[in-house]
Write a protein that binds this ligand. Structure first.
Ligand code: NAD
Length: 427
């Protein structure tokens, strides 16, 4: 489906446009693009779950393995009422490119259940999570497809899922899933990995982006796990956090705020609103926050937060995408014209999957690293890949997103071509 000016309206079709865009800068065999046009496999099921009152309810659930040429597929499981097949396929597509940008030996996948997890009891949530694993047991596996947490799933959910899978295969199988509690084979450093990754990317690009911590004002949308850790680390290095939001509202204080104190308040009352700041703080609608004066805007909530409706009014010079797909392709065009640098999701939030990869490696080896080793290994992956993306951006005179897709597509294409393309078979 396309809009009035011929642009695709479905999230998945929009995502695939990035592929065509990156291919223009590489000499890629058409076989490669053909293979990447559709997911390898997508499974949609109905989970029938016993509720606490004795009734049974059905939930739509999905898993998509997009491409596994570079290794087993990897991607989170999301619990959200809006989860649908288009979204799951898109997120799996993005994971394929994210794993390639970070040069991890993985393909991409994603899963989800259409559910409002807040409306279930803990026992119902456990039964639903175990039902998911029963339905997808033949689809996932430590050498096949390795899930992880995403929105509204957490380490306890991952622990239930690993336990259910282990019971089904008759042996402990921690490497089937990452993001587990530490006591069940989780990795140190996973909790803050995504936020830390974004922090490392921004710090590495400081001189390229002409940023000085003490003069840089930052707004973060979606003060959950990712935004909190990113804000905490940037604040610790002297950056000024001036705006934070969640699903219930936003706070904006040009004099700056302490993200640790705001999180303490949010944990106590469930929202950033009313948090203690310097007294110059204003409360506002969370969409309004995106349009306030700042130097760096960090969307870390949902897809499509910045669209052609609000992109014209963004005042930030840099946008770092910590959520997946927060900037739409139409918004990208506007931001590029306005010289706003967008650090793309497939680079900026790749710290999470990188430490998930470390968890999988440790589970398979049965040997666990200390937190310093995790931090060091994360930095030694994300910093050089950030430099690679920045160099491609300059070499090809493209925006950072195109550069990241060029880097990823080149790697995926080499792997697909290594199985032989038309040129090999016809010469
Ligand atoms: P989370 O559930 O911990 O936090 C999400 C936050 O966004 C919550 O505070 C929620 O209130 C807020 N929110 C929802 N709608 C909002 C809106 N319209 N305006 C402002 N705030 C809103 O989730 P998270 O783990 O921090 O993930 C955030 C984003 O980062 C998601 O898009 C996720 O897919 C992406 N991501 C997460 C990881 C990870 O490791 N957690 C890795 C890669 C990408």
């Amino acid at each position: 489906m396309r809009d009035k000016v011929g642009r695709p309206t479905k999230l998945f079709d929009q995502a695939r446009e990035r592929l065509a865009m990156a291919a223009e800068y590489l000499s890629i065999d058409p076989d490669v693009l053909h293979k990447l046009k559709y997911p390898k496999e997508t499974l949609s099921v109905c989970l029938l779950v016993r509720m606490d009152d004795g009734s049974r309810r059905s939930f739509k659930a999905f898993r998509c393995r997009y491409d596994d040429t570079r290794g087993p597929t990897k991607g989170g499981i999301r619990y959200h009422p809006a989860v649908n097949i288009d979204e799951v396929m898109t997120l799996a597509f993005w994971m394929t490119f994210k794993c390639a940008v970070a040069n991890l030996p993985y393909g991409g996948a994603k899963g989800g259940i259409s559910v409002d997890a807040n409306k279930l009891s803990r026992s119902e949530l456990e039964r639903l999570s175990r039902a998911y694993v029963k339905a997808f047991a033949h689809f996932i596996g430590p050498e096949r497809d390795i899930p992880a947490p995403d929105m509204y799933t957490n380490s306890m959910v991952m622990g239930w899922m690993a336990d259910e899978y282990s019971a089904m295969v008759g042996q402990p199988s921690p490497a089937v899933i990452t993001g587990k509690p530490l006591a069940l084979g989780g990795s140190l450093g996973r909790e803050d990995a995504t936020g830390r990754g974004g922090y490392l990317v921004l710090r590495h690009l400081e001189s390229d982006l002409h940023l000085k911590p003490e003069n840089t004002r930052i707004i973060l949308q979606g003060f959950g796990n990712v935004a909190y850790h990113c804000a905490r680390l940037l604040h610790g290095d002297g950056y000024k956090i001036i705006g934070l939001s969640d699903s219930r509202g936003a706070i904006y204080d040009p004099d700056g705020m302490d993200p640790l104190a705001v999180m303490e308040h949010k944990r106590a009352v469930g929202t950033v609103c009313g948090a203690p700041t310097n007294g110059t703080c204003k409360e506002m609608d969370n969409n309004e926050l995106l349009l306030q004066e700042c130097d760096v805007l960090i969307p870390a909530a949902m897809e499509r937060a910045i669209t052609d409706q609000n992109a014209h009014n963004i005042k930030a010079k840099v946008i770092m995408e910590m959520a997946n797909g927060p900037v739409t392709p139409e918004a990208d065009e506007i931001l590029n014209k306005n010289n706003v640098v967008v650090i793309p999701d497939i680079l900026a939030n790749s710290g999470g999957v990188t430490v998930s990869y470390f968890e999988w490696v440790q589970n398979k080896a049965g040997f666990y690293w200390d937190v310093d080793e995790i931090h060091h290994r994360l930095e030694s992956i994300i910093v050089p890949e950030t430099r690679n993306v920045w160099s491609i951006k300059n070499e090809k005179n493209v925006d950072m997103r195109t550069a990241a897709y060029v880097l990823a597509l080149d790697r995926i294409s080499s792997a697909i071509s290594a199985h032989g393309t038309k040129d090999y078979f016809s010469s």
